[in-house]
Design a protein around this ligand. Structure first.
Ligand SMILES: Cc1ncc(COP(=O)(O)O)c(C=O)c1O
Length: 443
């Protein structure tokens, strides 16, 4: 390792003008000096000091094509040479047509800039369409940084309106606990456990007439990579239809990582409205809210204001089109690669942890999965995760040990179309040493 002197020096300067020296609280913890990336190529990132990293963070998910994909880069440069101010442009319709072609629920599509914004719009649309107010969220899901969507704890399971706060034993509640939240931000939502159909059924039978939307990650990617139990999503779909509630899938992470149709395409349960961000732009800031025509028409009729200076920005639209074109190529060869390498890495790591006698659960899907340190076989939701002890903190230890061996990973491992077999082999070699250090430190 060439050292990180330049990154250290840069961080010191950054702290003078940037709170915490970082742009997003989750990007790097304050106690950890971030490495400053100078450029990326394929699955590799290079920092200011000349260190080379194998990247499984992929900017927290978006860079599904890897770094500096030639087709994406050329499309952006071509568009930048023509026009990059936010005028109405023909690319908007071409990008929307691509989304409609691939995403089962998408009959009408609008673009925004972040996942948070897309979710906010989706909920406003659901409220306008139903004429109801309440929204159902799920413990352990992350839907963005908005006051109403982030964090909260439930004190009274009989009336699961979240309240501001955190619990000492609950890492997820701590990650979502922010000062400065509007006093009544949580008053319009319920928060219940995911993968518990009885909980949703009971809530809807009591309060269904007031509930506009049920909003969930269709796979709980953000916390322990929990997959839906057999029949759960189908049951949710059925309940939402029965109670006239808009089912919103937050596909910000599953979007394109589970295929061009998202989780709804892969799992065969179609929501009414869905949001996408991250991988849809291959690394450019862009998001989507889309859904059934009848529902999205509240925007068509301008009953709902859905606005943003940068929505449909031509560079973002060029990024969406180029990313989808790359993922469509050769009948989805990129996904075959992403999934095969994700599986190879997961199998290799599981094997190595096994040999060190460390029990773990590896959950998620091939393109995005998480390690939880538990000997109970699987975790199905947030409540289950808490019952199994601190499955989360140890994961952070392993990520740090991998990062110090020039493998960039957070809680989640993501693969891209640019990863190679050699990247995985090299990662597993480095993991050997990281696991040995992990067993000494974290057991
Ligand atoms: C599932 C999910 N929804 C929403 C968001 C928020 O997206 P953004 O950070 O683009 O606002 C994220 C971000 O990590 C996410 O993982």
């Amino acid at each position: 390792m060439a050292g990180t002197d330049r990154s250290h020096a840069h961080f010191e300067r950054a702290r003078r003008v940037i709170p915490g020296g970082i742009q997003s609280n989750y990007r790097k913890s304050e106690s950890h000096v971030p490495v400053y990336i100078s450029h990326g190529r394929g699955a590799r990132l290079f920092d200011l000091d000349g260190n080379e990293y194998i990247d499984y963070s992929l900017s927290y998910g978006p860079s599904i094509l890897g770094h500096s994909n030639e087709h994406l880069r050329a499309s952006i440069v071509r568009q930048a040479e023509k026009m990059y101010s936010n005028e109405v442009n023909a690319l908007e319709q071409a990008a929307a047509e691509k989304i409609v072609a691939h995403v089962p629920c998408a009959e009408l599509v609008r673009f925004a800039c972040s996942g948070t914004e897309a979710n906010y719009n989706a909920l406003r649309i659901a409220r306008a369409y139903t004429g109801r107010n309440m929204v159902v969220r799920f413990n352990g899901h992350y839907n963005g940084c908005l006051d109403q969507l982030i964090g909260g704890i439930v004190d009274d399971p009989q009336n699961p309106v979240p309240v501001h706060g955190e619990r000492e034993t609950d890492a997820f509640s701590q990650m979502g606990n922010t000062a400065g939240r509007a006093a009544h931000a949580f008053h319009d939502s319920y928060m219940i456990e995911w993968n518990d159909l009885d909980a949703l059924s009971a809530l809807l039978s009591r309060f269904g007439d007031d509930i506009a939307a049920v909003c969930m990650e269709p796979v709980m990617v953000n916390f322990n990579g929990c997959l839906p139990e057999p029949g759960y999503l189908e049951g949710v779909r059925e309940l939402c239809t029965r109670y006239g509630v808009v089912l919103v899938f937050d596909e910000v992470l599953t979007g394109f990582r589970m295929g061009l149709g998202g989780a709804q395409g892969a799992l065969g349960v179609i929501p009414d409205v869905a949001t996408f961000a991250k991988a849809i732009g291959g690394g450019f800031p862009v998001s989507v809210f889309c859904g059934k025509r009848e529902i999205m028409d509240v925007v068509t009729r301008a009953e709902v204001i859905a606005a943003g200076s940068y929505n449909g920005h031509p560079l973002a639209m060029a990024a969406v089109i180029a990313t989808i074109e790359e993922l469509e190529r050769e009948a989805g060869a990129a996904f075959t690669r992403i999934n095969a390498l994700g599986n190879a890495l997961a199998d290799g790591l599981r094997d190595k942890f096994d040999r060190h006698g460390v029990p773990l659960i590896l959950q998620g899907f091939p393109a995005a999965w998480t390690i939880a340190y538990s000997d109970r076989g699987r975790i199905i939701n947030h409540r289950d995760s808490l019952a199994q002890g601190d499955t989360w903190a140890k994961g952070l230890v392993f990520s740090r040990l991998m990062n110090s061996r020039n493998v960039i990973v957070q809680a989640r491992f993501c693969t891209s179309a640019a990863h190679t077999e050699q990247d995985v082999e090299e990662t597993l070699r480095r993991a050997d040493k990281a696991i040995a250090a992990f067993t000494a430190e974290a057991r």
